[in-house]
Design a protein. Structure first.
Length: 570
């Protein structure tokens, strides 16, 4: 296979945008005054904090451990002291705060020693574990834990795609990385091919990045790895969308609601490939990333290799500062990025670009006008959706119907909103609809779990009651059997012996003994009318005895007294 190929357009719609890419080399950003490291820097459960205030940490040391399966650790990007663990503003469209570990660098930048290994000699499980422990997530912006994407399970993966399209107008961090670290990207590609047991790798790069394409072709040629091909793809936004690039490179279409894995493909970002290589071969945690700091609102646009946790304010200063106090800061590109709440938020693993736009660079903030049903949004949609219908149903809160129109196939590229003559913020409606549907699903899941727990509790209570009842029955049966056994033994051994064991017989015996005492040792049987009556003539009987008075009954002495008319048997 050739090391280089060209691909044609394969997806509908899309836009030709003005590009403002930098060709600036990557520079190391200065050590910041403080590092603010959020515990959640990935899709999934936040990591669990491992350090405490006052603790001294080294660069590369884990600050928090993965909690749950979809989670990765986070690490310190330099040595210093933990001065706070508290909620701080983080980069998020809602402007919310989240728990962060705040480190004051000691200026020494002491790193934990690397722990090198030969990744190609390791099995896939060990590779994934190493990648996970290094905290590697997708660096294209999604921040999905990479070890999961490198674990296809029972699915067969034949193709690894490296997404070097980088189609947003201002972002150039991947381009810079492909130009300057093509060999490291290929090192990562080989490890990922090994982990996935895939046969080939296609590196897709838009044709407006000739420097990156040349560097990659050169590196692949030198290496002579026939599995890897650099594919030049046409420049058209959103060529860097995972679904769109895969369709362009392979002609395969990801099914609705599906994943690349469903068609035998796994897609990673070039920065992730470098991070995988560093994690596996060097044993180094993900603590730095390349960030483009650019836009007409910044004095000296640049590509910086930044410590994760560095406040955006420090990057802006390093890039010469803002040219206008009213600059709007955006994380990501102008099409899919989101406005930052301020310059104090830190760089996280997902931060690929800080874009500074002046008021005149922004779309005029005019109110949305009614839809004129022009259909321009449908023409521009690269996912082949009907944005206008999606909009109507999202606006009417008819979320079921938005799903009928494949809401979740929308990649939020913004093409529809960009061309809408009525300036309707279409993507905001889609995001709102998705959020509502997810909330409803979460509530439903919660209700299902509560119902299952209630049913399980009821079943447990019923089972315990049945067990108690069975135990009671068994105890009764055992006592009955024991009594019967004793009775049988008593019968076999004679009344007197048995009477000592049986409480009733013992009572009778005590009554007999008492009777003997009162009669001066005469045999009790002599004073027992019932026993003597048949053998005695009427005149020989005791004067006080009634002829038909019962003797000591089986009910015991007390019963005898109650039933005796005189109250005294003697
Ligand atoms: S582009 Fe705007 S105005 Fe035209 S159909 Fe779509 S939503 Fe309506
Ligand atoms: S934002 Fe969604 S609906 Fe609009 S063009 Fe992009 S994929 Fe289509």
């Amino acid at each position: 296979m050739s090391v280089h190929a060209q691909a044609q357009f394969r997806f509908p719609g899309g836009l030709a945008l003005d590009y403002h890419k930098l060709s600036a080399p990557i520079q190391d950003a200065a050590l910041p005054q403080q590092l603010v490291v959020p515990l959640s820097q990935h899709i999934g459960q936040p990591a669990k904090c491992l350090v405490s205030i006052g603790e001294h940490v080294l660069g590369g040391q884990p600050l928090a451990a993965a909690e749950g399966y979809v989670s990765t650790p986070v690490h310190a990007a330099t040595s210093g002291t933990v001065v706070a663990i508290e909620p701080r503003p983080v980069p998020h469209p809602s402007g919310l705060s989240a728990p962060c570990v705040v480190i004051e660098p000691d200026g020494q930048d002491t790193q934990q020693p690397d722990t090198p290994a030969d990744g190609l000699a390791m099995d896939a499980t060990a590779l994934r574990n190493r990648i996970r422990q290094a905290g590697v997530v997708g660096l294209g912006g999604a921040a999905f834990p990479s070890f999961i994407k490198l674990n296809p399970g029972s699915s067969v993966v034949d193709t690894l795609v490296i997404n070097g399209a980088e189609c947003e107008p201002y972002i150039s961090c991947d381009q810079a990385l492909m130009r300057e670290r093509a060999d490291d990207i290929l090192n990562g590609v080989q490890i990922m091919l090994h982990a996935l047991d895939a046969q080939r790798c296609l590196i897709g790069v838009e044709d407006n990045k000739p420097d990156a394409i040349d560097a990659l072709i050169d590196a692949v040629s030198r290496r002579g790895d026939e599995r890897v091909t650099v594919v030049t793809v046409p420049t058209r936004y959103p060529q860097g969308g995972e679904k769109q690039l895969i369709q362009t490179l392979t002609g395969r279409e990801i099914p609705s609601h599906g994943l690349p894995l469903d068609i035998g493909i796994v897609c990673h970002n070039p920065g992730t490939a470098v991070a995988v290589w560093e994690a596996v071969t060097l044993g180094r945690a993900l603590t730095h990333r390349v960030v483009t700091v650019t836009g007409p609102g910044i004095a000296n646009p640049c590509n910086l290799r930044v410590r994760i946790g560095t406040p955006v304010r420090e990057l802006l200063a390093q890039a010469g500062g803002l040219v206008d106090p009213d600059v709007r800061l955006i994380m990501g590109g102008p099409m899919m990025g989101f406005a930052l709440s301020g310059a104090d938020v830190p760089v996280v693993k997902a931060t690929n670009c800080i874009l500074a736009l002046r008021p005149q660079d922004l779309r005029p903030d005019t109110p949305a006008m009614p839809c004129i049903r022009c259909g321009a949004c449908a023409d521009a949609c690269p996912a082949g959706l009907l944005p206008q219908q999606l909009y109507w149903h999202a606006r009417a809160q008819e979320f079921d119907k938005t799903q009928d129109y494949k809401l979740f196939d929308c990649i939020e590229c913004g093409c529809c909103a960009q061309v809408c003559p009525s300036q309707i913020p279409l993507v905001q409606y889609y995001r709102h609809a998705k959020t509502e549907i997810w909330a409803e699903e979460r509530a439903q899941r919660k209700a299902d779990v509560a119902r299952q727990r209630h049913e399980a509790r009821q079943a447990r209570l019923e089972r315990e009651e049945a067990e108690k009842k069975a135990a009671r029955e068994a105890k009764k049966a055992a006592l009955r059997a024991k009594a019967e056994k004793k009775a049988a033994a008593a019968q076999a051994a004679g009344g007197e012996t048995a009477a000592t064991d049986d409480p009733v017989a013992a009572a009778i015996a005590r009554a007999k003994a008492k009777s003997r005492d009162k009669t001066g040792g005469a045999p009790a049987a002599a004073a027992k009318p019932a026993a003597t009556k048949p053998d005695l003539p009427p005149e020989a009987g005791p004067k006080t005895s009634q002829p038909d008075s019962p003797g000591p009954s089986d009910n015991g002495p007390g019963t005898d007294r109650r039933e005796s008319p005189s109250g005294d048997a003697t």
